[in-house]
Design a protein around this ligand. Sequence first.
Ligand SMILES: [Zn+2]
Length: 463
Amino acid sequence: MTTIKLHNTRTRTKEDFVPIDSDNVRMYVCGPTVYDRAHLGNARPVVVFDTLYRLLRHVYGADQVTYVRNFTDVDDKINATALARKQAGAEGSLEQLVQERSDETIGWYLHDMGALGALEPNAMPRATEYIAQMIEMIDGLIAKGHAYAAEGHVLFAVDSWKSGYGKLSGRSVDDMIAGARVEVAPYKKNPMDFVLWKPSTDELPGWDSPWGRGRPGWHIECSAMSYELLGASFDIHGGGNDLMFPHHENEIAQSCCAHPKGEFARVWLHNEMLQVEGKKMSKSLGNFFTVHDLLEQGVPGEVIRFVFLQTHYRKPMDWTEKKAREAEATLRKWRALTAGVEPAASAAPSVIEALADDLNTAGAIAELHRLAADGDAAALLASAQVLGLLGNDMGAWAEAMDLSTFAARLAEARAEAMQSKDFSEVDRLKSVFVAAGLEVRMSKEGVELVPAAGFDASKLEDV
Ligand SMILES: [Zn+2]
């Protein structure tokens, strides 16, 4: 069996991955807060962990992997949108409007991530469905002396677990206090203590609890849901590296103190962030866009996925238009090469080897280029599909059309022109093909037409 190596943030080394139970490999990834469309940066962890999920399924078996990714549907931004709708005259209670906003956003999210070829995780729990489990966990933390109630809030007492807190991100509690912009509230015993439960006003969704009507803090939901769905010890926990502190640090503190016999997550994987044309994506720079925006502009989801996979997940990823154009041209070529071909029985070992080396997707793509250059269409197809590329469901944009009749027309015109010395028809055909986005290759052997980026078949209608 292939040995997968993964870089574990917790130990800062690349380790052989040994699952707790190879019949049920378990992975948890922090999902989105569902208040709006996912921007391009939000999609990076989705593609990274989808590729890892696919690799785990390839190595251990499709039914031997459990992938859980949550939806955070308790959030002030969702509440604000719902409240604004209510004030604008929308019908229904605030709770219903909150739910409506979450449902709408989850629908968009699943559609957009599906367009990127992301498989749906085995479970996608919503925070609002696990409030009782969160309350139970918080109650247990208080009973063990790791948390305390104050003024309607419940806080995790960082001092109760000073030995463990900060290990993942490699900081001490004292450093964190010195460096962090922490909210200093009068009811906190230590400024680093973080919220497990907070009170809700009448305009906010809330649930009854031993500490009054309120709602959970963000961190506790991942601890409660991963425990319910994956147990006290599981294999892999993933997310963007912007979540390492405080979110993941707080998840670890809660879970390890609530279930001291468990290990929580053994391997921690963090992906680097995404930039656009070399700059941080931000609304003020005008380079902020959603996955939906790109899809609407006609950038195929498969192209977005391909661009993402060209960069290793632990390196910053730079989205550029140039990369998107090149990716499109490559995928068109590969789709034309593999059209009507049955995939090989298994992926090329070199591709799996690259992926198994800490998810070296760039190396795997280099291998795909090699297979394409060798003309090994069956192996290319089987291998690309492990990376979520060249699937039947994603290729509508590149529908390979039969260009041979057009190539024959041009070859014929050339043959006639050789006799008549009148090349006007040859030139006319060439310019129509180029305008349609085809690369025209003419040699002694014949004529070849290759779709390039931006190929538009409708422009061939008047030929
Ligand atoms: Zn989380």
